[in-house]
Design a protein. Structure first.
Length: 324
């Protein structure tokens, strides 16, 4: 019986060792399940923070590179940058590690890190991992954004304005007429265009060099709206800032005419009269006319692509992959 007792003791000891090993493994898995989940959640918040700051800086720079927010201001970020970063964190705390700004290349990169009271810089405390001697882990995220002139985009109405009518002064209200005077070409003030590809009122426009056949668009003659557009389509531009293509050259006559689209500009519509479709914010407006003024405009729309060379006050801001 003595031998059996000793054997039982040895077996109990072995079981205790196995249980201890299993418990350590379970703690390790718990650390992975809980702590890694916490790390991923924190990183997602930091990514939102860095995205928000990068987009903000890019938008400010797109509007004016002399804007006070168009700066790295390192090692101390601006109040707005800090507010955006903290606002995207569940606990309201984010550390902006760095802001790398290149105004020449029109790019900005923002790096953020975790911020927690009592934890090392850019780190958050862990829970189950403490049993393994790991008390905290560093978490961070980086976002890059760029800005520039649009090269392609979808305009909601197929209307093009002569480049010579462009004015960067938002106080200069213009009445553009569908005629051949003032700019030459067809017509002189504005005109309807078509890509002939579908039955949608909106048109996908590319702008670029005149030797590129992809930026020439056919004219749609007549004072009335194109047949692919409804009254509701035209009414959508009333008292709105809309992106419109600017043509630099127009050739041919009537339905054989073509427009060379050089770039895009934002135009705030205060009135229009296209045969049976008309609206005004005040004062009469003659038929075959559109009234309004050009404005500086920064867009986050995914319908616009970067890469244009002619700047008419319209900019596109994009989050980009990788550091600039």
């Amino acid at each position: 019986m003595r031998g059996v007792g000793q054997q039982d003791a040895r077996e109990n000891g072995a079981i205790s060792v196995i249980v201890a090993i299993v418990m350590v493994c379970l703690l390790g898995f718990a650390a992975l399940a809980v702590d890694v989940g916490v790390l991923y959640a924190e990183r997602a918040q930091l990514q939102n923070s860095s995205d928000a700051v990068a987009l903000m800086v890019a938008q400010k720079c797109a509007k004016s590179t002399s804007d006070p927010e168009c700066t790295a201001t390192w090692p101390r970020p601006t109040e707005l940058a800090a507010k955006l970063a903290n606002g995207n964190a569940a606990d309201g705390m984010t550390n902006i590690k760095s802001i790398a700004l290149d105004k020449t290349k029109a790019t900005v990169s923002v790096s953020t890190g975790a911020k927690e009271t009592g934890s090392p810089t850019n780190s958050i405390s862990l829970f189950f991992a403490r049993a393994l001697g790991i008390t905290s882990a560093e978490v961070g995220a980086t976002s890059s954004a760029q800005w520039g002139v649009p090269s392609k985009g979808t305009v909601i109405v197929p209307l093009a304005i002569a480049e010579c009518k462009f004015s960067p002064d938002p106080t200069f209200v213009q009445v553009l007429n569908m005629d051949a005077g003032g700019c030459g070409g067809i017509p002189g003030g504005f005109g309807w265009i078509t890509d002939g590809k579908d039955s949608l009122c909106s048109v996908k426009i590319s702008a670029g060099a005149s030797n590129d056949p992809g930026i020439w668009f056919s004219s749609d003659t007549g004072a009335s709206r194109p047949s692919v557009c409804s009254s509701a389509d035209i009414g959508a531009i009333a008292d709105q800032t809309v992106l419109l293509p600017l043509y630099a050259v127009a050739t041919g006559t009537g339905s054989l005419g073509k427009y060379y689209v050089k770039g895009f500009a934002a135009f705030h519509v205060t009135g229009y009269h296209f045969a049976s479709d008309n609206w005004t914010s005040g004062g009469n407006i003659a038929n075959k006319s559109i009234r309004g003024y050009f404005v500086k405009f920064v867009s986050l729309s995914q319908a616009l692509e970067l890469g244009g060379s002619s700047d008419y006050g319209t900019s596109v801001v994009r989050l980009s992959i990788g550091a600039p």
